[in-house]
Ligand binder design. Structure first.
Ligand code: UGA
Length: 446
């Protein structure tokens, strides 16, 4: 089958490469000529493990190519995926759909023969209907159901493990009101039938809602465990054992119960806000998600205060070493990363900040220009007054702790991702602070 993938951002590029790996012919389209030129040279504009090889292999086998010309690829496509950005609209929190609608218009102009138009971008309920309306208005000779259909096929990829998430998903959700479109989508995803992936077929609007409900539920789950972690600190309970104890209940599940500095990234912050806005527009407010958004925003800000308190109440003139800047490991994505709240707050409290991230430094230097950057983890912590783990990259999980202690001016570690064991850290002579795991030795004994 032939696919046109509009948008070579994170979702478009990963989905396009994976569909070509399934054996389909995929043309990835982007207006940004320099990006297409880079892709044609084999350069991947984002960091995602395994993506460079997947792209190279499929380009070599002539199943994947790149272009700036939308019309040619749409004309020959069985399915056209819209995978353009839907950023938060400036000022009000709604998703900005201008790129989606512009793509719909251009697709309409180029349609030649029955084409399934699929929204892969995260779009509010009702967008698919609007896309169909735009296509029908742009080309009055086209009839929905005969010449084109619109499908919602949200993605559930996580940055850092996106290829595996695409190839071995928990489920695929396909929303369409057309039997013909359903058959096209079934053919596209046929390789997943072999591994018995559940495919959920729904109405268009339901599928759009599933995507937001999934992301906001996960954001709420993280926020729940973060608040439980804070309470654990006060009452002397260990949040990891609590997460395990509740997570083994199949109704709750063990995943996404890891406490931390608050969720970030390109999806949860934007999608929670967009669903809150949609719900308000329909006079059916989602008070739980409104609260989740508030708690997460203040949590990210509170992390700097946590560091300051661990440093004895002041960081003025102190050097704070940060390990990890991206919103999670295995990505170079800095969007809505907790580090973007932590660093400015430390600087305005008078600290000097030195940081290191394995993949995010280039992006970080643009967003956080007023700090120093180390060449590696050890150089970053030399003579620092405190070491803060902000992102749990694997290479920070097994630091040579004797060396860390020698390099730091004072052996103080603030571990916002709980990657070390508190008792072990104390026995090694560290002043160690983490999230939701108070040190038993320090708790009042009766
Ligand atoms: C998220 C969803 O997990 C994907 O299913 C979805 O497709 C994607 O958004 C999207 O809508 O495109 P992603 O943003 O890549 O994926 O990253 P996650 O692994 O979900 O992490 C999001 C944030 O939550 C990170 O800041 C992470 O550190 C935090 N998190 C996650 C926790 O603090 N605790 C956890 O237990 C899990």
């Amino acid at each position: 089958m032939r696919i046109a993938m509009i948008g070579t951002g994170y979702v478009g590029l990963v989905s396009g490469a994976c569909f070509s790996e399934f054996g389909h012919h995929v043309t990835c389209v982007d207006k940004d000529a320099s990006k297409i030129a880079r892709l044609e040279k084999g350069e991947i504009p984002i960091y995602e493990p395994g993506l460079d090889k997947l792209v190279a292999d499929n380009v070599q086998d002539h199943r994947l190519d790149f272009t700036t010309t939308l019309a040619d690829s749409v004309k020959t496509a069985d399915a056209v995926f819209i995978a353009v950005g839907t950023p938060t609209r400036r000022g009000d929190g709604h998703a900005d759909l201008s790129y989606v609608y512009a793509a719909a218009k251009e697709i309409a102009d180029a349609i030649d023969g029955y084409t399934v138009v699929v929204t892969k971008s995260t779009v509010p309920v009702g967008t698919g209907r609007e896309v169909a309306k735009i296509i029908a208005e742009t080309r009055q000779d086209l009839k929905e159901g005969t010449d084109f259909d619109v499908v919602s096929n949200p993605e559930f990829l996580r940055e850092g493990s996106a290829i595996n998430d695409f190839m071995r998903p928990d489920r695929v959700v396909i929303g369409t009101n057309s039997e013909k479109a359903r058959q096209t989508m079934q053919r596209l995803y046929r390789p997943l039938y072999l591994i018995e992936t559940p495919i959920v077929f729904t109405q268009l609007e339901t599928s759009e809602m599933i995507k937001y409900a999934a992301n906001t539920f996960l954001a709420a789950k993280i926020t729940f465990i973060n608040e439980i972690a804070d309470l654990c600190e006060k009452v002397g309970a260990d949040v990891h054992d609590v997460a395990k104890g509740i997570g083994l209940d199949g109704r709750i599940g063990r995943k996404f119960l890891h406490p931390g500095p608050g969720y970030g990234g390109s999806c949860f912050p934007k999608d929670t806000l967009a669903l809150v806005k949609t719900a308000q527009d329909y006079h059916a407010p989602l008070r739980i998600i409104e609260t989740v958004v508030d708690i997460n925003d203040s949590r990210k800000k509170a992390m700097a205060q946590r560091i300051i308190e661990a440093c004895g109440g002041s960081v003025a003139e102190k050097t704070i070493a940060l390990l990890g800047l991206t919103f999670k490991p295995n990505t170079d994505d800095m969007r809505d990363s907790p580090s973007l709240d932590i660093v400015p707050a430390l600087l305005s409290a008078g600290a000097k900040v030195r940081a290191f991230d394995p993949e995010g430094m280039q992006e970080a230097q643009k967003l956080l220009p007023a700090i120093d950057y180390g060449k590696n983890a050890y150089e970053t912590m030399e003579e620092a007054d405190a070491l803060v783990i902000v992102t749990e990259w694997n290479e920070f999980r097994a630091l040579d702790l004797e060396r860390v202690k020698d390099l730091l001016k004072t052996p103080l570690m603030i571990d916002l991702r709980n990657i070390y064991n508190p008792e072990e850290m104390v026995s090694l002579g560290f002043d160690y602070s983490c999230i939701g795991r108070p040190l038993r030795a320090l708790m009042p004994q009766d």
